[in-house]
Design a protein around this ligand. Structure first.
Ligand code: GLC
Length: 492
């Protein structure tokens, strides 16, 4: 590739992003391009569209908090605030071997967890990618796939050299992380309220998924006992507290986005008839991805967001999640790019059909674009030529990166509003707390955690520095079983 001409200056946009005024020599000769001025104008427009002011964030946080309170008060709310029947924190001293199976939005994971006490653990795991077809196929087939993968894992880790040594007839406790909204009336039961994250497997919504999974476990005659079914946020909360006892809230920022936190039973009016001791604490799975669904009153949705929503398998639903999670961010950028192609701003004279395919731009590519450390943005050159057969000028690459940054920053700042709502409701600002986080966006998107922190400071001021996020893998949560044995789950 010919070398670039360098250093002819930059343009500064209102929020301080720099657009270079130089381009590669051969681009100027072979391909027509929009002027830098046109790109700057578009960037200004997009900045206005995607930027959240501190005042707007405070308003969102306030309505978010009201929504959470409503969900605790009344049943069947859009943000359902699901009681999980997981009571109290782990002690950190739990020990033993547990199997965990985790059906997320993108992968299925099978893990063997060895808890050593004192917040320490070891995990052995296998990961299987879910195909788009599997997500739409019969529900029972999906659970069969989970059971079959578990069988492969157990078989390949058993035997003399393996890590699993089961006596004849012995059964291992198995925890099932099922990361979709389920109505629970005990820890080993869950009626799927609705699929999220693009899943649509028929004959599953409205069913007890623990029972469906048990059927599959029986079919494969596995040496396990299904002891608990929980959401990934609940798992992250328990696991995070095991390793960091300051944890009060847990979030997932991955294919989907959601949070769980520990609530006082006396402050969950909708379950007062169950007669649970009001002095106890129970984990609430918020299912906050549904915030502002259907009515769209509070969130700043752009025309790109609206288009993603309308063409999704669940229009109107998961409004908050659709602005934040990994399943959608790449598509937001792709829609912006397509619009600019149509307007004659980007990739003039090139064949753009590859980038015009729905979902062709994975959120992982946004992460790479934002993390490109080279002055020439070589990573972005690679991404666009490899995936979309497109050549880019340096100005285009800087422009594209600036848009990626706007989309990623908005996602993190909206996430801060959700965390802020729980922090405000529970009064955690003064003494501070840790927020355990997991998911590909949190773990891999450059600067995501820092932008959440910055957002919290915009909402609450300097005191927000008392609230900090930390990464935690959720696999170790099945220790909940150990606590159940110890009689902690008195109400199950
Ligand atoms: C979706 C699911 C929720 C899950 C989240 C993160 O929002 O509805 O249950 O916790 O994704 O995986």
């Amino acid at each position: 590739m010919p070398l670039s001409r360098r250093g002819s200056g930059t343009l500064l946009t209102p929020t301080g992003q720099h657009l270079a005024m130089h381009t590669r020599t051969q681009d100027d000769e072979s391909l027509p391009h929009a002027t830098k001025r046109t790109m700057t104008d578009h960037l200004r427009r997009l900045e206005t569209l995607f930027t959240l002011t501190p005042q707007r964030m405070r308003m969102i946080t306030q309505s978010f908090r009201e929504t959470l309170e409503n969900g605790l008060e009344k049943v069947d709310q859009v943000v359902p605030m699901i009681p999980t029947f997981v009571f109290g924190w782990p002690s950190g001293q739990e020990q033993g071997d547990y199997l965990a199976i985790d059906l997320g939005g993108t992968n299925l994971r099978v893990c063997l967890v060895h808890l050593q006490g004192k917040g320490k653990f070891e995990v052995t795991q296998s990961k299987y990618r879910l195909s788009e077809e599997q997500k739409q196929d019969e529900g029972q087939k999906l659970f069969d796939f989970c059971a079959e993968s578990l069988k492969t894992f157990i078989d390949s880790n058993s035997g003399e050299d393996g890590i699993l040594h089961l006596e004849p007839g012995e059964k291992l406790p198995l925890g099932f992380t099922f990361s979709y909204p389920c109505k629970q009336n005990s820890i080993d039961h869950g009626i799927l309220i609705r699929w999220t994250k693009g899943f649509g497997a028929p004959n599953t919504e409205g069913e007890n998924v623990a029972e469906m999974f048990q059927k599959s476990l029986d079919k494969f005659e596995l040496p396990v006992t299904l002891t608990a079914l929980i959401n990934d946020t609940t798992g992250t909360l328990i696991a995070s507290h095991y390793v960091n006892p300051h944890t009060r809230i847990a979030c997932i920022f991955g294919t989907g986005c959601n949070a769980a936190y520990m609530e006082h039973v006396k402050d969950i009016p909708k379950i007062k008839d169950l007669g649970i001791d009001g002095g106890m604490d129970m984990v609430i799975n918020c299912e906050w991805g549904a915030f502002d669904s259907f009515e769209h009153e509070h969130l700043p949705r752009s025309k790109y967001d609206i288009s993603i929503d309308e063409s999704s398998n669940k229009p109107g639903e998961q409004a908050f999640e659709k602005l934040i999670s990994g399943r959608y961010l790449g598509e937001i950028l792709r829609l912006v790019i397509c619009e600019l192609i149509d307007d004659g701003i980007l990739f003039l004279g090139q064949n753009t059909y590859k980038v015009e395919v729905t979902n062709a731009l994975d959120t992982a590519l946004l992460s790479l674009m934002e993390s490109d450390p080279t002055e020439e943005l070589l990573m972005i050159i690679g991404i666009f030529s490899h995936f979309f057969a497109l050549e880019t000028t340096l100005a285009e690459r800087q422009f594209l990166r600036a848009i990626a940054r706007l989309i990623g920053r908005r996602a993190a700042r909206l996430s801060a509003c959700g965390i802020g709502a729980i922090v405000g409701k529970m009064g955690y600002l003064e003494n501070g707390c840790a927020v355990g986080c997991d998911g590909s966006l949190y773990n891999k998107y450059p600067g995501f955690a820092g932008r959440i922190q910055e957002g919290l400071v915009d909402i609450f001021g300097e005191k927000a520095r008392n609230i900090y996020t930390h990464h935690c893998r959720r696999w170790i949560w099945p220790m909940t079983k150990a606590r159940k044995d110890a009689g902690i789950h008195a109400h199950l």
